[in-house]
Design a protein around this ligand. Structure first.
Ligand code: PMP
Length: 377
């Protein structure tokens, strides 16, 4: 199988799975129990939290282990806006956020919050400038993703973080799902207050994520009950999931530079080959582009048709992101980036992991050439 849909999910690292199984076999106590067996589980949880904070260089933050970034994004955004609604009711974001950010903000807008959507068609410098111009007395939150999951563009998180040092009232949320474990993420240097991640995007388990949150912030919890996870997420804690997440994060971050170099070579080769195929238009050409994602269209073939045709060659890519690929409309994200409705409907995404190989790229290109030639007529 040629699996090139790693932005949707990645295969689980056997070491990560093993850590999950071992904790469930040997340390399955409830970390909230008073006895020593519970305390052992609690120690593992504390250790996992410390590891996550250290790997992402977050000195004044805490970790809320969640069911994934969707939950983290909901808790970060709704939790912060509800907690600070008396300080202000203005949110700044982009039109290309993941649905779990976009729809949460739309819901807040319906509740009476005012939202500014930054135009992200221009340069990163222009994005920072627009944010600076949009900040006002009423602004309480900026939510901006680090890497876009459909196009792979990298947003200027460091620069936005530096700008926000002048505005301590404005809190900074970053959906870092597509950057963590792939490009450097430094929470302190980037001046991030809240960061969301999902373990299955870096060879961890699905249903496991985290919200890393500045410990001096208040959030209104989404799930109430037994006050676990600093009172922000009630329910018996999935210690094995936390241990596995910390392990997956370490295994992704330690070789980050080497993996990056490898994937960059795959990216360069794929781009070269794609440009040689008649009718192919590469959409991913941002000044700051992650090599992990390539978006392109092979006119006049519909994205969905291309995905299914490649399946016949055991090649797996995606049309739009996995979360929205079953809807018939063109991608909201590509449209917001100024791509025409027609090209957006023809667009597909190839996404790599550190396990992807040059041979897989060659097989993709070979299959693509055959399929494009067949489907064009
Ligand atoms: N944000 C981004 C940028 C994503 O790509 C995804 C997953 N497609 C999510 C959030 C949500 O992650 P999960 O489905 O694991 O909750």
């Amino acid at each position: 199988m040629i699996y090139l849909d790693n932005s949707a999910t990645t295969p689980v690292d056997p070491e990560v799975l093993n850590a999950f199984v071992k904790v469930n076999e040997n340390f399955w106590g409830n970390p909230s129990s008073l006895h020593a067996f519970g305390a052992r589980a609690e120690q593992l949880l504390i250790q996992s939290e410390k590891q996550v904070l250290s790997l992402l260089n977050a000195k004044q933050h805490k970790v809320i282990f969640t069911s994934g970034a969707t939950e983290s994004n909901n808790l970060a955004i709704r939790g912060l806006c509800h907690a600070y609604k008396n300080r202000g009711r203005h949110i700044i974001t982009t039109p290309v956020e993941h649905a779990s950010v976009h729809e949460t903000i739309e819901e807040l807008e319906a509740e009476g919050f005012r939202v500014t959507y930054i135009d992200v068609k221009g340069s990163n410098a222009d994005i920072v400038k627009q944010i600076q111009e949009a900040i006002c007395e009423d602004t309480i939150l900026i939510s901006c993703m680090h890497v876009n999951n459909e196009m792979g563009m990298v947003f200027p998180i460091y620069e936005i973080g530096q700008l926000l040092k002048k505005y301590p009232k404005v809190k900074f949320h970053v959906d870092a799902v597509q950057s963590v474990g792939k490009i450097p993420v430094d929470i302190d240097k980037m001046n991030i207050d809240l960061l969301s991640l999902s373990a299955h995007k870096f060879h961890g388990l699905k249903g496991s994520g985290a919200l890393i949150v500045n410990q001096y912030l208040s959030l209104t919890p989404e799930i109430t009950g037994g006050h676990q996870m600093y009172g922000l997420r009630s329910g018996t804690i999935n210690v094995a999931g936390a241990v596995a997440l910390a392990k997956a994060l370490r295994l992704a971050i330690e070789p980050l530079q080497t993996n990056y170099q490898h994937v960059k070579q795959l990216f360069d080769h794929t781009m070269n080959e794609l440009r040689k195929i008649d009718g192919v238009v590469v959409n991913s050409n941002h000044e700051h582009q992650t090599p992990y994602i390539i978006n392109f269209a092979a006119a006049p073939i519909k994205g969905e048709t291309l995905v299914h045709a490649l399946e016949e060659y055991d090649v797996y890519i995606s049309a739009k992101s996995a979360c929205s690929s079953k809807s018939a409309t063109a991608s909201r994200i590509l449209l917001a980036l100024g791509i025409s409705d027609e090209v957006a409907q023809e667009s597909v995404r190839v996404s790599f992991s550190n396990l992807s190989t040059m041979e897989e790229v060659d097989r993709l290109i070979k299959a693509l050439k055959i399929v494009v030639a067949q489907l064009k007529h």
